[in-house]
Design a protein around this ligand. Structure first.
Ligand code: CTP
Length: 396
């Protein structure tokens, strides 16, 4: 089999030296790497270092290497199985988002039909600048992928998001794109995500802080592994994943009826939604006017959707989530039994840098056979990957 090829685009920032490790790891995994550097990247690390590790000529200038012209120009765009831009600066992201192709790297990105993955690294304020964020969103909408930068102390002394994600994770991501696991082919996966809302009157409602990130990541991972995926989601700001059947709901009742209509035909059901357990006993058709004194709203129990599914379970694999602030394992195991689940993903919501609105999660996955698998803090997409590895009994 011919080797897979990664074209690594290196743009100029202090994290350039980390890209050397990416080349080294990929080469060790028998991947062929061609490196394109921007001029400013060469100010940080010489092309010779990349050339030595990749055993391939490094391309910097479009017009200076006529000898290798044929191999280098558009042909690299054709040769690439994946293009990885690491580190990706605000500049290269901005150029591609604006359709500018004025050097070898931007030209190749624009010319390739391969998947392009950006791993940004820059100062926090730059990364959070709405112009950069808009460029990222725009590129995502065209199908470009991003490996979000990590948080931490940056070279400039600031602390915040903007550090190049760990090279191990970047390499893992690239390898899973090069050799995708299709172990869910032929399976139907049903995922719920986000909060539900319980209306009080036409303008007010009760809801919770779930963003839907975990569920969307699960739906994307199932899709990538070949499943036919339905995602039933409460209100969320996250972009709908492609090739997933997305159904939007608001209330507990709507989620229940939508889930039920897909339950029978599903093989794996993952309920990551933060479903409201209570709703106002009466919904006021008219906006409630304020009076002089206090106001009480009586809440009544709403459906426990997962318990309902557990009771009706045939041969579906049923996975629940347990968001706990104390006695994590004990409470999660109780929920698994009570709701007749096969797995429960338990997370401690008191942890500051994981959980609800974070990109990361730190969970323990419990199996009905009494196994406890602790996963370290990792991006939600990786949690999703590990979850399916466990369900499919893959080596972790
Ligand atoms: N769940 C559900 N319907 C509900 C409440 C929860 O389907 N009305 C599901 C969630 O999607 C999740 C699991 O049950 O997979 C656990 O949710 P959680 O809120 O942690 O547990 P509860 O059963 O509501 O228990 P408690 O709120 O008392 O901790």
């Amino acid at each position: 089999m011919p080797k897979k090829n990664v074209v690594l685009g290196v743009s100029g920032g202090i994290a350039v030296y980390k890209a050397l490790d990416i080349v080294s790891q990929l080469v060790k995994k028998d991947v062929e790497v061609d490196v394109i550097m921007t001029k400013s990247a060469t100010e940080f690390v010489t092309p010779l270092s990349f050339q030595s590790l990749s055993s391939n000529a490094v391309i910097v200038d479009m017009f200076k290497e006529p000898k290798h012209w044929e191999i280098q120009h558009i042909s690299l765009a054709k040769k690439a199985d994946i293009m990885l831009i690491a580190p990706a600066t605000a500049n290269i992201i901005g150029k591609i988002a604006s359709g500018i192709a004025d050097d070898m790297l931007s030209t190749t990105i624009m010319a390739t039909k391969a998947k392009v993955i950006f791993a940004p690294a820059m100062n926090t304020n730059m990364y959070e600048n709405p112009i950069v964020q808009n460029n990222i969103e725009k590129l995502k909408s065209y199908g470009y992928e991003f490996i979000e930068p990590a948080s931490g102390r940056l070279a400039c002394g600031d602390t915040g998001r903007g550090k190049l994600e760990s090279t191990d994770l970047i390499v893992e991501h690239v390898m899973s794109e090069l050799y995708p696991i299709k172990d869910l082919k032929g399976k139907r996966v049903l995922v719920t995500a986000g909060p539900t809302v319980s209306p009080i009157d036409p303008v007010r409602y009760i809801t919770n802080r779930s963003t839907g990130r975990m569920g969307y990541a699960i739906a994307e991972e199932a899709r990538d592994r070949g499943a036919e995926v339905t995602l039933i989601t409460g209100p969320s700001n996250i972009k709908e994943p492609y090739n997933v059947d997305v159904i939007h709901v608001n209330t507990n009742e709507e989620m229940l009826s939508s889930v039920l209509s897909h339950y029978e035909s599903s093989n794996i059901v993952i309920k990551s939604a933060a479903v409201a357990d209570y709703k106002p006993r009466t919904y006021s058709e008219k906006k409630i006017k304020k009076g002089e004194g206090d106001l009480s709203i009586t809440l009544e129990r709403d459906n426990d959707i997962l318990r309902f599914l557990g009771d009706k379970k045939k041969d579906q694999i049923l996975v629940g989530f347990a968001a706990e602030s104390n006695d994590l394992i004990e409470n999660a195991s109780l929920k698994m039994k009570k709701k007749n689940l096969d797995y429960i993903v338990a997370n401690d919501i008191t942890s500051k840098d994981t959980g609800f609105s974070s990109e990361d999660n730190k969970v323990i996955i419990l199996t009905k056979d009494g196994e406890e698998i602790s996963l370290g803090k990792m991006p939600k997409k990786s949690v999703a990957k590990e979850l399916f590895n466990i369900i499919n009994n893959k080596k972790r």
